[in-house]
Structures are given as C-alpha cells and as structure tokens.
Write a protein that binds this ligand. Structure first.
Ligand code: HEC
Length: 133
C-alpha cells in the first residue's frame, strides 16, 4: 500500500515536471505591460503615471463603476485597443499586438457568441477581475 502511494507520488512529480514551461500568468503580464502606468496594485499610481497627460484609470474600481459587475469583454477590447481605435484622446497604448503571442481560447462574449481570443488578453482580464474592490 505504501509502495503504491509512493509510486503514484513519483508519477505525479513527473507530470508536474513535464508541464509546459511557460504558463500564462495574468499577474506577470500585468507587471510587464501595465504596472508602469496603472501601478502594482492597479490604482493608477505607477512610476510613469506622472508624465502622462491623463491619469491612468484606477483598475480596482471598474466593477464598482459599472453597476457592480465586471465588464469582461469591454475590458478586453479596451486593452486590445479595439474600442479606442482612432481615439486620439486616449493615452494608453494599444497592446493588442504585443499580447497576441500564444494560443487563442474560445470566449463567450455574450448572447451565445463565441470569439477566439488571445490567451494573454483573457489572462489579463481575469487578473484585473481579481483586483476589484
Ligand atoms: C502608458 C501608460 C499606460 C499603460 C502602459 C497601460 N495603460 Fe491602461 N490606461 C492608461 C490611461 C491614461 C487610461 C485612461 C483612459 C485613456 O487614456 O485611454 C487607461 C485606461 C485603462 C482601462 C480602462 C479603465 C476603465 O475605467 O474603464 C483599462 C481596463 C486599462 N487601462 C487596462 C490596462 C492594462 C491591462 C494594461 C496592460 C496590458 C494597461 N492598461 C497599460 C494608461 C496606460
């Protein structure tokens, strides 16, 4: 019995070791691409914030400013740049191209419409969802 247990533990260890090296981490993407402006905690106090013509949004109050629900799709298209295309007043860079690397995942964008979406974009939006106060 003990031996079987030990064998399955070893098997589990091998499985863990074989897991893909590069896991998509919303937190890591956030610190690479967003924290400079939006701040480590998302409140808009990053080191680059002072030099912008416009204050970076407080990303911890998106749900609160949206009637209590987190607008997943809107947030993804804001990050991607899609909803801001041609908006010269927007100071935030369009990050869609930078985040395209990696597989596409199917996301239900509402009304039963399923859209292939870059996995990095989904991971970032999920991370922001977790920052809501
Ligand atoms: C160069 C600074 C800068 C960087 C880098 C940046 N942003 Fe922004 N962001 C802003 C500014 C400024 C705004 C305010 C609106 C505007 O100017 O478009 C904003 C607005 C937003 C909004 C809209 C918030 C709301 O209240 O609806 C979201 C969501 C957002 N940013 C997410 C991100 C994410 C995620 C990243 C990283 C992938 C990122 N931003 C990188 C400056 C930045």
């Amino acid at each position: 019995m003990i031996r079987i247990f030990a064998t399955s533990l070893a098997a589990a260890a091998v499985l863990v070791a074989c897991a893909p090296e590069r896991q998509v981490s919303g937190r890591a993407l956030y610190s690479d691409y967003c924290a400079s402006c939006h701040g480590v905690g998302g409140t808009g106090d990053g080191p680059a914030a002072a030099g912008l013509g416009k204050a970076p949004a407080d990303l911890t109050t998106i749900a609160a400013r949206n009637g209590g629900s987190f607008p997943m799709v809107k947030v993804m298209s804001t990050i991607d740049g899609y909803t801001r295309r041609g908006d010269r007043a927007s100071v935030m860079p369009e990050l869609g191209i930078a985040l395209q690397e990696g597989p596409l995942v199917m996301v239900d964008t509402g009304d039963g419409v399923v859209t292939p979406t870059p996995v990095n974009l989904v991971a970032l939006a999920e991370y922001l969802k977790g920052l809501q106060r």
